[in-house]
Ligand binder design. Structure first.
Ligand code: NI
Length: 170
């Protein structure tokens, strides 16, 4: 099943996301649907709130054919090296801006079998994990762009928010 992507201005993107308490077929189905949705729209990552689900889940495919399904992530260490790199987001269509983030990190999470995974990630994997994890904190990449860049897109964001609120009937 393909989810409808929630867009900028939708309160579901700012809600609190709950830890997954039990990894069952329902959760595995959500993760499969998220992967299907991400691939349908050629994304490299998708977090549950973007599908209207306020749970601590995301999926990332930073290399073609390699999918990571991430449950209750916890970042335990960041590199000191910071990289400024252009990002976009399926929930903020049409906007691409640079965001500063640590180059690499260590993360702990549960996979879809409920197994504990601990990994060191760098490059696009580290970038995508941080972007998706921000979604679980109700943070969007446009919250983190430089003030000058933010001013350049502020009108676009305002219009996007209006369109979103109209679409969801608020
Ligand atoms: Ni995003």
């Amino acid at each position: 099943m393909i989810y409808e992507i929630r867009t900028y201005g939708d309160p579901v993107l700012r809600n609190k996301n709950e830890d997954v308490k039990k990894i069952d077929d329902n959760i595995r189905e959500i993760l499969d649907n998220m992967v299907e949705t991400m691939r349908e729209i050629s994304g490299i990552g998708l977090a549950a709130p973007q599908a209207g689900i306020n749970l601590r889940l995301f999926v990332v495919e930073a290399e073609e054919g390699v999918v990571k399904k991430v449950i209750n992530p916890e970042f335990i260490e960041y590199s000191k090296e910071i990289i400024d790199y252009e990002e976009g987001c399926l929930s903020v269509p049409g906007i691409h801006k640079k965001v500063k983030r640590p180059e690499s990190l260590k993360v702990k999470y549960l996979n879809e079998k409920g197994e504990k995974v601990e990994e060191e990630l760098d490059n696009l994997w580290a970038r995508a994990f941080q972007h998706e994890n921000d979604h679980l904190e109700g943070i969007l990449f446009v919250d983190k762009i430089a003030p000058v860049a933010k001013r350049l897109v502020s009108k676009k964001l305002l219009n996007m928010k209006k369109e979103t609120l109209k679409k969801i009937g608020k």
